[in-house]
Write a protein that binds this ligand. Structure first.
Ligand code: NAG
Length: 275
């Protein structure tokens, strides 16, 4: 029976891990230095802003809100952006997780930002809506695999050339993705994407994946689906591996039920022998 329990524990951790991989994977977070006191008007306004963000994410993948107040210290600005391929229910659940994550890491600061795999949430007392900002927030390069970068560069060029705030592209083993935050104009988005891709090329020359998160946009690519989280939900071969994964999970569940059933039968038999 102890063995069965260990097995089930392993089993549930495995599932939790695979689910958290999809859209809720934490990428980065940050808080401002200025704090607010609890039960202050700022706290009240911030809560009302965060509620608006979460509600809005059930019907649109980008929105911004401003909670106005007569005292400038009590004004709160906020926005969220879901990754363009998320369904509305997934967008809403991602934003709600990002908001609660922000509350955990920034319990009493005026501003906070959280980027999860599937969505981005930011709020502050200082106005940042519609402001272009090309500061690099997070850069990650995979291990260098000595891969000829020409195919990767072609995919990245394709991302620059295609329009929209969310872009995906791929060729062979290479997959790429770009996402702008909806408060940028189209030209600003294009400018941000160019910068992110320029930096990916120069900073991750032969890496098997690259992530470049700039304040108002990001660009990511992976080669061969490698160590990369987001690539799991894109492309044909990845869908196949997802199917295989689902079948394995199904088999594991069947085995778990069988073990429980056998243990149950044994208890009944032992009960009979005891009489
Ligand atoms: C903020 O939202 C308002 C109302 O939905 C919209 O008109 C405005 O363009 C948005 N501003 C930015 C910077 O996205």
């Amino acid at each position: 029976m102890v063995k069965t329990k260990t097995f089930l524990l392993f089993f549930s951790i495995f599932i939790l891990h695979s689910l958290s991989f999809s859209t809720d994977t934490f990428i980065y977070g940050g808080c401002t230095q200025q704090t607010f006191t609890s039960t202050s008007p700022y706290e009240f306004n911030l809560n009302s802003l965060l509620t608006s963000l979460v509600n809005s994410a059930t019907y649109t993948s980008y929105n911004n809100f401003t909670i106005v107040a007569s005292n400038p210290n009590d004004v709160v600005y906020g926005l969220y952006q879901c990754r363009g391929d998320l369904s509305m229910p997934d967008c809403a659940s991602c934003v709600s997780r990002a908001v609660s994550r922000a509350g955990d890491i920034c319990p009493a600061t005026r501003g906070g930002v959280v980027q999860l795999d599937g969505c981005y949430v930011k709020y502050d007392n200082v106005k940042f809506l519609g402001v272009e900002d090309k500061t690099v927030v997070l850069k990650k390069c995979g291990s260098s695999i000595g891969y000829d970068p020409s195919n990767r560069d072609a995919v990245l060029d394709g991302l620059v050339g295609s329009g929209g705030y969310f872009r995906v592209g791929g060729s062979g083993q290479v997959k790429g993705m770009v996402q702008c935050i909806g408060d940028l104009s189209f030209l600003e988005c294009q400018d941000c994407v160019l910068e992110a891709i320029r930096r990916l090329r120069s900073d991750c020359p032969a890496a098997d994946y690259g992530d470049m998160f700039i304040e108002k946009c990001y660009a990511r690519y992976s080669i061969g689906g490698g160590a990369h989280a987001y690539s799991k939900s894109h492309g044909k071969s990845d869908n196949d591996s997802e199917k295989t994964f689902a079948i394995i999970i199904g088999l594991l569940a069947a085995v778990a039920i069988l073990i429980i059933f056998l243990a149950f039968l044994r208890r009944i038999c032992e009960g009979h022998q005891g009489k």
